[in-house]
Design a protein around this ligand. Sequence first.
Ligand code: ZN
Length: 269
Amino acid sequence: MRRLLVTFDVEEVDWGRPAAGSGWEPCRPSAEGLAAILPMLARLGLHTTLFCTSSFARAHPDLLRDAADRGHEIASHGLDHRDDYGAMAPAAAAGRLRDSRLELEHLTGSVVRGLRTPRLALFAATAVGEAGFSYDASPHPTWIRHGLRGLRTPRVPWPEAGIVRVPLSATPGLRLPAGWYVLRTLGAAPAALLARRAGAGAPWVHLYFHPWEAVELRRWLGAHPLGWGTGPAWVASLERLLEILASRFPPTTVSAAVDAWRMGRTGSI
Ligand SMILES: [Zn+2]
């Protein structure tokens, strides 16, 4: 049965120009947003995967421990959101990512098995494995951001050098993404239709969002386009979307889905 993988990139906001004297702190939007989202996820009985930067975990370890206690998986979104792992030598990237994993484990008390790089940068599976991860949830099989390379990316998971690559969902054919900006642009019902289409032929519907979308970013960042449509109405819209999808596809964490997928292929995880 196809599963629903709801994931969040929990990060410092490293774009926009915050107004002077606005009380801006880069981790604050994600912290306030996560605090707003967790009760909604509990109402829906949904366990998600949180890809967290170490920078965020250092600033708000209690929030992530609370999320882990509620059954959410803690995974890595790198050491710092400004890191460009795709541009680093594989050994350097593996070193920084290993540090991020160990620091997240130390700060949250969770075993960290998964990685999603900032801005979905892709690099050698051997380096992902060397850093101690068992899966990489960065592949984005759509033309947006990755162009032709994205179009050549498989829509279904694949094993590579001892890890599993877990692509985000995109529709067959036109390769339209089905995640965060789609919800904000189209609303819950059309986003749900697109997400169902994007999951066709794959073992799961795999979507990502950001906790900073749950807070009104305009109060800090003015008219920045990424701040458009953020705030409490977005949380309500996300709840509607997740309610629709969870009624069709049983939700689970990425880690549990990867184990089930491996078990189905090989009989062992
Ligand atoms: Zn990110």
